[in-house]
Write a protein that binds this ligand. Structure first.
Ligand code: GAR
Length: 183
C-alpha cells in the first residue's frame, strides 16, 4: 500500500513544492496562517491545514491537535520542510521514527534556524545539506543522508544560498523515495 506523506512548513514552502511535484502529498500543515506554503498547496491541489501555537493553551495541546490530524489521515511519514518549531514530546512520542527533517547545513555543523548564514559567516569552504530523523534535540537526530556543497570564491551569500537550496531540492526527494522503498 502506498505510504501517506504529510509535509510541515512554516514559511516559503519551496521544499514542500518540490516534494509535491514528485509524490502524492496527503496534507500540508503550517503553523503560520500567513505562510506562502499554504498558497502553494492550494495551487498544487494539496489539502492544507493551519493552526498556530497561540490558538492553544500550551504546546502540548497544540501538538495533540497535530497528532489527531496526522492520525485522522493515517500518515506514515512526516516531512519537516522549513518547520521552524522544535518538536515537543507530545508529537515526538506519537511520530518518532516516522518524522524526518531537512537542514541546510552539513550536520552536526551549524544546527539551528540559520544554518546557511552561520556557515557563510564562519567562512567555511564547504557546507552542505542533511536529511535526518527527528528527535528531541535541535537538528540532532540520526542522519539519513547528506551532501556537501562547496563555497566558491566568487560566491555571494545569495549565490551560496541558492546552491544550498538546489542541493535540498535534489536530496529531499531522493531520501523520501528511498524511505518509500521506490528506488
Ligand atoms: C530550508 O532551507 C530548510 O532546510 C530550512 O528552512 C528552509 C525552508 O525553505 N530549515 C531549517 O533551517 C531547519 N533548521 P522552504 O520553506 O522554501 O522550503
Amino acid at each position: 500500500m502506498t505510504k501517506k506523506i504529510a509535509v510541515f512548513a512554516s514559511g516559503n514552502g519551496s521544499n514542500f513544492q518540490v516534494l509535491a511535484k514528485q509524490f502524492p502529498i496527503a496534507l500540508l500543515f503550517s503553523d503560520k496562517k500567513s505562510a506562502y506554503a499554504l498558497e502553494r498547496a492550494e495551487k498544487l491541489g494539496v489539502p492544507s491545514y493551519s493552526f498556530e501555537l497561540r490558538d492553544f493553551a500550551d504546546k502540548g495541546a497544540y501538538e495533540q491537535a497535530l497528532v489527531e490530524l496526522l492520525d485522522q489521515h493515517q500518515i506514515d511519514l512526516v516531512c519537516l520542510a522549513g518547520y521552524m518549531k522544535i518538536v515537543g514530546p507530545t508529537l515526538l512520542s506519537a511520530y518518532e521514527g516516522r518524522m524526518i527533517n531537512i537542514h541546510p547545513a552539513y550536520l552536526p555543523e551549524f544546527p539551528g534556524a540559520h544554518g546557511i548564514e552561520d556557515a557563510w559567516h564562519a567562512g567555511v569552504v564547504q557546507s552542505g545539506v542533511t536529511v535526518h530523523w527527528v528527535d528531541s534535540g535541535v537538528d540532532t537526530g540520526q542522519i539519513i543522508k547528506q551532501v556537501r556543497v562547496q563555497r566558491l570564491p566568487e560566491d555571494t551569500l545569495e549565490t551560496f544560498e541558492a546552491r544550498i537550496h538546489q542541493a535540498e531540492y535534489e536530496l529531499y526527494p531522493q531520501v523520501v523515495r528511498e524511505l518509500l522503498g521506490e528506488d
